[in-house]
Design a protein. Structure first.
Length: 223
């Protein structure tokens, strides 16, 4: 995809990986809409923050209406918003479980269904879903988080098969540890970690590949 003059939507833009992806997309020439609850700290003429709680369907509807009204199209959706915690199953409250699934999985479905019709009409577009290595193998304490990220992988692979015939590329990126605010609440400490700017560069380079190439899945770990 030629990112210059493209329009991208990134969920979870206020910190960490999402913030780094927004910056890398802006550097590559895209116009970027960032969705998050807290303000996204980017001042750039091609960036607009839309205050959105992705667990609230009406707020997602409002945000995508605003993007389409302003830009007329969406070439790239990055489903990045996510939360995580690692605890024994007895100490996971059902409310927390539902909030995690709503944020990591259901929001991905709700945002994706907003962009697919116009991408199909255009015969092109790309959807990048942020999974995790925790979506490839179970981790002690990770019943909720791993379940959500395994589901993100299943959602992404199915969506990839569904949309590739329409010229729409779907990629699932499964990172290992990246040092972000995620670990302020996760209840675990990574032994090694990557930098969010480096991961963002990788993701933007995959998006920038020629439209005929479909990088459907990538796992990337700290060395
Ligand atoms: N850090 C890692 O090691 C790692 C590894 C693999 C995968 N991941 C995944 O990478 C993604 C980004 O995580 P991160 O590491 O960058 O963590 P982070 O710094 O905590 O960022 C999480 C982002 O998600 C947003 N978010 C959370 N709940 C939201 C909601 N209800 N509505 C809207 N936005 C919401 C946050 O924005 P607000 O709080 O402002 O709403 C924030 O911008 C997540 O999907 C995470 O699972 C992270």
């Amino acid at each position: 995809m030629n990112l210059a003059d493209s329009t991208a939507v990134v969920t979870g833009s206020s910190s960490g990986i999402g913030l780094a992806i927004c910056r890398a997309l802006l550097d590559a020439g895209a116009s970027v809409f960032g969705l998050s609850r807290r303000e996204t700290p980017i001042a750039h003429e091609r960036f607009r923050w839309l205050k959105t709680d992705v667990t609230v369907e009406a707020e997602i509807d409002q945000a995508f209406e605003a993007v389409f009204a302003e830009s007329g199209r969406i070439d790239l959706l990055v489903n990045n918003a996510g939360i995580g915690f690692f605890r024994d199953i007895e100490s996971i409250d059902p409310v927390e479980w539902r909030r995690l699934i709503d944020t990591n999985l259901t929001a991905m479905f709700l945002c994706t269904r907003k962009v697919v019709p116009s991408m199909k009409a255009a015969g092109r577009g790309m959807i990048v879903n942020i999974g995790s290595v925790a979506g490839k193998r179970g981790i002690r304490g990770g019943t909720a988080y791993c379940a959500s990220k395994f589901a993100v992988n299943g959602f992404s692979e199915s969506l990839m098969e569904e949309l590739r015939g329409f010229g729409i590329r779907v990629s699932c990126i499964n990172p290992g540890s990246v040092m972000t605010e995620f670990f302020d609440h996760a209840g675990i400490e990574p032994k090694k970690h990557m930098q969010s700017d480096d991961l963002a560069q990788l993701i933007v380079s995959l998006v920038a590949l020629p439209d005929g190439m479909l990088p459907d899945e990538m796992t990337v770990r700290p060395l």
